[in-house]
Design a protein around this ligand. Structure first.
Ligand code: PLP
Length: 451
């Protein structure tokens, strides 16, 4: 079919529907749709959550507990990517005209913005958390001697853009030490807040920190830190790699200025998906970094923007997306991941994640020699459960769990701050018996190693 002007959206869609589809071998009983099975189930409704876990293509012999690094996608998300690639490669003009046009992108931004609690014009689709953290740190006008605070439990995605600016522009990094014993297990939000407050000087311009630490799984008191910083005229940049898709997220309520999130972790969208929130009042102070759009409302030919045109984007976060060709398939995956999460409901997902994490904490706590790094306080804990098996190298623990039981967790090891732990991510692809197997397998290693 040529993409003639007479081609209607309906004709294109019905033609698409007639083409071959990807046969996805879910373990399920997947003939049953989410709509049929219903939403909002209790966290201990084992047969329902088993059905949900079976929407993923994960090998039945693997207990996948590393969503904190990469969240596998359910079949519907993979199918959406395939349909996008197929539609585009089959008839590019019609696909772009009827499916992947600017209205569709705006709808996606609006849906994602609602899901994470901000306005659509404050949200850009990015490739990952790191991209957002880089824009947040390097997009601000700062001068030599200005200070940026971050913590030694931040990910390199947050810390290294700051060190880059230090090397390039003479910005001064100020590191808050969250590794001392007084923070572990992290159950004292006031201690954490005081540590941030104590690092502030008259030169502090930005505080950058994680919503959820990837090391110990601690949920930081984001709201309190942001309120304290705002009262002192300091901007806040939050690394939100983990919360989106794992827990209810209301960015406006948190009160931060910039928030970078991932789509390819707990939201289970395709690899290279994420988002960046920049508070509306800050949009003209945060410069894009990788950019081909209008500059000061002017095209490359110095043509002025008419209001509402694509040149008139300076006050929209969508400007951070203007850097060459994107990927329709990853955008489609984000829409499908939102469908999936919205259908199950984020409340039910969060309750399920917390239910499994609590069971894992309770079971691990009882193993002699095993030390939990996370708190039981729901305000400070989530689906990331970090623990230490005596002094055993976390890589040895990983290997034993994987080689003997097919349990996939990760190690988080930073000798520089004397931190070495294992971390299990408990998301909706994990079964109840996987959690029991994790506890049993860790007990086995602890006993063998005589901890
Ligand atoms: C806290 C934290 N921030 C940032 C990242 C990097 O995320 P992305 O791959 O989305 O850039 C990770 C990845 O594991 C993380 O745990």
């Amino acid at each position: 079919m040529a993409g003639s002007a007479s081609t209607s959206r309906r004709a294109f869609m019905s033609q698409m529907a007639g083409t071959a589809s990807l046969a996805l071998a879910t373990k399920a009983s997947a003939a049953v749709s989410v709509a049929e099975i219903g939403a909002g189930h209790a966290p201990d409704d084992q047969s329902y959550w088993r059905w949900v876990s079976e929407q993923f293509l994960i090998d039945p012999n693997i207990a996948y507990m590393n969503t904190g690094t990469r969240g596998p996608s359910p079949a519907s998300v993979i199918q959406a990517q395939f349909e996008a690639i197929k539609g585009y490669d089959r008839d590019r003009l019609s696909y772009v005209r009827y499916v992947a046009n600017s209205e569709a992108k705006e709808n996606l931004r609006a849906r994602l913005a609602e899901f994470v609690g901000c306005n659509a014009n404050e949200l850009a689709i990015t490739t990952n958390t790191t991209e957002g953290m880089s824009i947040g740190t390097s997009g601000l006008d700062l001068k030599a001697g200005d200070e940026i605070i971050y913590t030694n439990h931040d990910h390199s995605s947050g810390g290294q853009p700051i060190n880059l600016r230090a090397a390039r522009h003479g910005i001064v990094p100020v590191v808050v030490d969250l590794s001392s014993d007084k923070f572990h297990p992290p159950n004292r939000p006031d201690t954490i807040l005081a540590a941030f407050e104590g690092a502030i000087t008259p030169r502090t311009k930005l505080i950058s920190f994680c919503h959820v630490n990837y090391t110990d799984g601690c949920v930081l008191p984001v709201k309190e830190i942001c309120a304290m910083a705002r009262a002192k005229g300091i901007l806040t940049l939050v690394d939100g790699a983990h919360p989106p898709g794992m827990m209810n997220l209301d960015i406006h309520d948190l009160g931060c200025d910039i928030y970078a999130g991932a789509g390819h972790k707990w939201l289970c969208a395709a690899m290279q998906t994420g988002f960046l929130f920049v508070r509306e009042s800050l949009l003209d102070r945060v410069w894009p970094l990788n950019y081909s759009g209008p500059v000061q409302g002017m095209s490359m030919y110095r043509q002025a923007a008419s209001p509402g045109s694509s040149l008139d984007r300076s006050r929209m976060a969508a400007k951070y997306e203007l850097h060459g060709s994107g990927n329709y398939a990853t955008e489609a995956s984000l829409s499908a991941a939102l469908d999936f999460h919205e259908t199950l409901t984020i409340d039910a997902i969060e309750a399920r994640v917390r239910h499994m994490a609590a069971r894992a904490r309770d079971g691990l706590r009882e193993i002699p020699g095993v030390q939990l790094c996370v708190s039981d306080d729901p305000a400070m804990s989530c689906g990331l459960v970090s623990f230490k098996v005596g002094d055993v190298d976390p890589i040895e623990v990983n290997d034993a769990l994987w080689d003997r039981h097919g349990i996939y967790i990760r190690d988080v090891t930073h000798p520089e701050i004397d931190w070495a732990a294992n971390r299990a991510s408990l998301h909706i692809m994990v079964h109840d018996e996987d959690v029991e197997n994790l506890i049993g397998a860790v007990a086995e290693v602890a006993k063998e190693k005589g901890v």
